[in-house]
Design a protein around this ligand. Sequence first.
Ligand SMILES: [Zn+2]
Length: 311
Amino acid sequence: MGTMILALDFGGTKLSAALLARGSTTWQDHRRAFSPPHPDAAQDLHTIIALARALLGHEKPAAIGVSFGGPVDYQTGTVRLSHHVPGWENLPLKTILETEFDAPTHVDNDANVAALGESRFGAGRGFSSMGYLTVSTGVGGGWILNGQPWRGANGMAGEIGHITIDPNGPLCLCGKRGCVERLASGPYLAADAREELLHSPLAAGEGLGGEGPLTAKQLAEAAAQGNAFAWKYLQRSAWALGVGIGNAANLLNPERFVLGGGVTKSGERYWAEIRRVARETALPEVLFEVVPAELGDDAPLWGAVALTGLV
Ligand SMILES: [Zn+2]
């Protein structure tokens, strides 16, 4: 049996492969490719296999762990679908990779895998229970309970992004109203701020507006400079996350919540608001910490390593 663990990450826009020697804590090698503008499953699969072959040379991996950006049947390693890339419907990814590389393969969705990565190698180290949230284009989540991923009856546990925060709130992509994701994710924040500026162009105040589309990052930067308009939207985001986290804490009482994703880089004030609202939402006896993720974009790859069961 080989000594190398192969980790693969099918992200929304990029594909990554990394190789780890068993027992090591740093990648032996790491390669990345961006998906073309109109990707399909066959193309992405071909690209990631080529990345992996380039990493492995003639070596056979001891095992393969895979993070996939979409719902996966963990038991069979079959992808249900991708929300970004056509052609993934019911593709038996585990079987395809086992045939290709002749090595045992484990496949799970990216939020579960990133949660596992943070739990074993990042901000969740040393804690047996943890809720993980990623706040970027969407809001995803995963659970580690008693040191193991909790996937739920059909792999859908941890969808904290679609907890209802405001039943009368704006319509979410999922068809419901006022979800955490609808109130907290980057694209929705920017879209709602743009919409308000369309009707009241002067609302932006100092340091916002100008040319080009407004982004969540610009809002965060303006808020850090004291812009009240920008802070209003970031505060809404932090509030929605805080309510979601506080409710989740009441349900499962984990030791930590670990938060990653671009929107969480919105500064100390944003974090203080999340923590304040989460604390107010949970029962006083329910104790927990809310801390930043440590592994960044590599969380799914490290989680994929842990998924193999060899570390
Ligand atoms: Zn929703």
